[in-house]
Design a binder for this molecule. Sequence first.
Ligand code: FAD
Ligand code: SF4
Ligand code: SF4
Length: 478
Amino acid sequence: MAGPKLIKERVPTPEVPVEERVKSFVEVNLGYDFVSAVKEAERCLQCNPAPCIQGCPVHINIPGFIKALRENAESPEEAVKNALRIIWDDNTLPAITGRVCPQEEQCEAPCVMGKAGEPINIGKLERFVADYARKHGIEKELLKEFTSTENGVKGKVAVVGSGPAGLTCAGELAKMGYKVTIFEALHKPGGVLVYGIPEFRLPKEILDREIAKLKELGVEIKLDHIVGKTVTLEELLEEYDAVFIGTGAGTPKLLNIPGILLDRIYTSNEFLTRINLMKAYKFPEYDEPISIGKKTIVIGAGNTAMDAARSALRMGSEVTIAYRRGREDMTARIEEIKHAEEEGVKFEFFLNPVEFIGDENGKVKAVKFEKMRPLEERDAKGKRKIVGTGEYITLEADTVIIAIGLEPNKIISEEATGLKTNPDGTLVVDENLMTSIPGVFAGGDAIRGEATVILAMGDGKKAAKAIDEYIQKKRLPA
Ligand code: FAD
Ligand code: SF4
Ligand code: SF4
């Protein structure tokens, strides 16, 4: 007997038309409604074992949540509640991961449907469940099930940094019954989610809701507190039973080439922070201005480069992304590259910048590049090695954004002398994510270097469990 018919194509999600979105910061992808989400869920083969689970860094029961969604198609509220309960077992920020995970390299890469046609749109289904639950009050109801009634009685924990690692660690500990205080250097919580990733990819109201959820769990957030300056790690250890460091990798790598100090050359961090955190795109409604010319060159090819390029485009500039390697080695999410191309961002490959050229007023007016050539040999990350050709090209640009990578911030490790670091500045941790100082744990980009939101969240969750065990063991009579 023939089995059910395979539906090879994904159910599409609507997007804001290009002409409209390039003029604003509104979210580009509009996601599924209930009917289309169930239709997409029905494509899933319910594999057992399910390779998609192994592809997800936090091992969400993907067939489980998809089944819950389609099993109760008559009752959207029930379907979403059951699906969200399954997702929350492993991931408390699905509205965010559904939007920003590189699904094509993670859960969707090994999806069996991908061999016959298009993989199941797992990220968009996850996002749908979270969005629907938020809009219909389901999330609030479910939160009670996941929360301990012993709020604040198990001990006190300080969390440094409010990016996805810190937020997850704080949430998990609060749910277990700890009193948690987050110390954040900036004036808004969220880490890269608030200062790096633009509104058109991750609307800030979603992050605001996640922060509100944490506060409902009793987590206190102290903003404008730089640990290592405003308060030391030692002082935190005197007051709290344990500390989690989730300070990320927010220090931009720079290009050490002539002309780097010219005006209108930005690091991606400065550029994106001004636009996202300080809302420079709404100047003069907001105080922060930003100076962008008519022709912008973005150097780099990761998510940061894509976000900077698409933001500059929305500010009215023509934008070219220049990358020293080829298209296949770009590290940005495929959806972001597709959106950037649709919106008119141009790409130039195998160009390595060697000099910034300025005008008589000290402003950048062009970038000189050496043309590169790929070799057959690959480097440790599997990328094709490249060599200079000795040929040069100059491209006009009155704005340059450098997006070539980020390193961990060293404020805490330089102040707290007992905290061991690796040569690249990441913190040394053991298998339980404890640093070289007993009771101090760490996770996210602070231990991995530039990585992903879901890996940072996975670390936050793992560290919360280890912190609980550490504190409870300390409490046992000797
Ligand atoms: P962060 O998010 O960096 O948060 C660290 C927080 O600690 C910050 O708020 C910082 O202000 C605070 N802090 C630092 N030092 C101190 C101190 N001494 N005292 C107090 N607070 C301190 N990943 C994806 O998976 N998908 C994407 O699409 C994606 N896009 C990205 C786009 C951009 C522009 C960037 C920069 C990164 C992107 N990433 C993406 C990577 C991802 O955002 C990071 O891997 C993730 O945010 C790391 O989380 P974290 O909690 O470790 O650190
Ligand atoms: Fe996929 Fe990320 Fe969700 Fe895991 S958390 S299932 S990798 S979208
Ligand atoms: Fe469904 Fe794909 Fe996972 Fe199989 S691998 S259970 S088809 S999502």
